[in-house]
Design a protein around this ligand. Structure first.
Ligand SMILES: [Zn+2]
Length: 163
C-alpha cells in the first residue's frame, strides 16, 4: 500500500470512521478492514463487518455507514425475516423477485446508515455520499436486469431487427 501523508481532512474522516467502529463493537460486531477485495461486506451470522479501505478515507466512511446499515436492518430479526428472508427462501436466488428484494435491502441499508450518522452527529457530505450510494445501487440494479437484457438482445439478433 502506498503511504502518503494524511491531510487534516483525512484525519477528520478517519476519526468519524473510528466512531462507527466503536458503535459496531458496542453492538457486539467485529470490524475487519480489508484492501484489494473491492467490496465491503456484512456477515450477519458471524457478526462481522468487512470494510474495504478506499484511497479516500471519506469513501471508506460511507462504505462503513452502509455496512452498519445492513447490520441495523438485520438486527431486528423478526422484521428482517418477514420482509426479506421469507422472499429469499421462497424464490430462487437467480429469480428476479429474489434479486429485486436484495436491491431493496441495499436501499434500506443506505437509508439506515444515513440515519445513524444523523443520530450520532456525524458529518456526511451529501453530494459525495449520493455519488457513492448511487454507484453501488446502480451496480446492483444492473446485476438484477442483466440476464433479462442479455436474453432480449440474443432474441433480437436471432430474429433479425424488426421495427
Ligand atoms: Zn450492501
Amino acid at each position: 500500500m502506498v503511504r502518503r501523508k494524511l491531510s487534516a481532512t483525512d484525519t477528520f474522516w478517519l476519526a468519524q470512521t473510528k466512531k462507527l467502529e466503536t458503535y459496531a463493537s458496542n453492538k457486539g460486531w467485529k470490524v475487519v478492514y480489508t484492501t484489494g477485495k473491492k467490496n465491503s461486506e456484512a456477515h450477519f451470522w458471524a457478526k462481522k463487518l468487512l470494510i474495504e479501505i478506499d484511497i479516500k478515507p471519506e469513501h471508506t466512511f460511507y462504505y462503513f455507514l452502509h455496512e452498519i446499515g445492513h447490520m441495523l436492518v438485520c438486527q431486528n430479526s423478526k422484521a428482517y425475516a418477514a420482509k426479506y428472508e421469507a422472499v429469499y427462501e421462497d424464490f430462487h436466488e437467480t429469480s428476479l423477485t429474489h434479486k429485486a428484494n436484495r436491491v431493496e435491502e441495499e436501499f434500506d441499508a443506505w437509508k439506515s446508515g444515513r440515519r445513524l450518522a444523523r443520530r450520532l452527529g456525524l458529518k456526511v457530505n451529501r453530494r459525495e455520499f449520493e455519488k457513492i450510494r448511487t454507484k453501488c445501487l446502480v451496480s446492483y440494479m444492473i446485476w438484477v436486469v442483466n440476464r433479462k437484457i442479455l436474453a432480449a438482445q440474443k432474441k433480437k439478433t436471432a430474429t433479425g431487427s424488426k421495427k
